[in-house]
Design a protein around this ligand. Sequence first.
Ligand code: IMP
Ligand code: MG
Length: 179
Amino acid sequence: MGKELPPIIGTLFTEEQIRLRVQEMGVEIAQDYQDKDLVMVGILKGSFVFLADLSREVYKNGVNSTIDFMGIESYKGTESSRQPIITKDLSIDVSGKHVLIVEDIVDTGFSLDKVKRILEGRSVASFKICSLLSKPSAREVEVDISYTGFPIEKLWVEGYGLDTDQIGRANPDIVIRKT
Ligand code: IMP
Ligand code: MG
C-alpha cells in the first residue's frame, strides 16, 4: 500500500461543465487554425484526457490536426521542483508547423517556460499554449496562454487527467484535494 493521501474535499468542475467548456474551446481553436498545418502537442501525462477531447472538438469544427506528445516531470507530490525534466521529446519534425501546446494546468509556469524554450529553437511557424486550468496567483515565471479553460485559485486539483502522486487521473470530474 502506498502512502495515504489527504482527503478529497469537493468537486470543482463536473464532467458536464468540462465538456461544455472544451466544446467552446474547440470552436475557438478551429476558427484560428482553419487551413493551417496544426500540431497539437500534449504534455504528458496530465493532458491525455483533455487532448483526446479537445482534438476531437477541433476536428468536428473542420481542422484535422496532427497529434504528438512531450513528457515533462516537475512535481514530487504537490510541490514543484522548479526544475522540470524532459522525459520524452516530440517524435515528429515541427519546423514550419503551427504548434499548439495542450496542457492540463499551469501553476508556477516553469514547465511551459522550458517547453517554450525548447520549441523556439525548432523554427515553428507559430507557437501557442492552451491550458484547461490555470492558477494565475501561483505564477513565478510568466507564460503567455492563448486559450484558458478555467482560471482557478491556488488549490490542489485532480481528475480529468490530473493526478496526485499518480492517483485520480481517470476521474471524469475535477475535484479538490486537501493539501
Ligand atoms: P508548473 O511547472 O508549476 O506550471 O506545473 C505544471 C504541472 O504541474 C502541470 O502540468 C501538472 O502536471 C502539475 N500540477 C500543477 N498543479 C497541479 C494540481 O493542482 N493538480 C495536479 N497537477 C498539478
Ligand atoms: Mg503536467
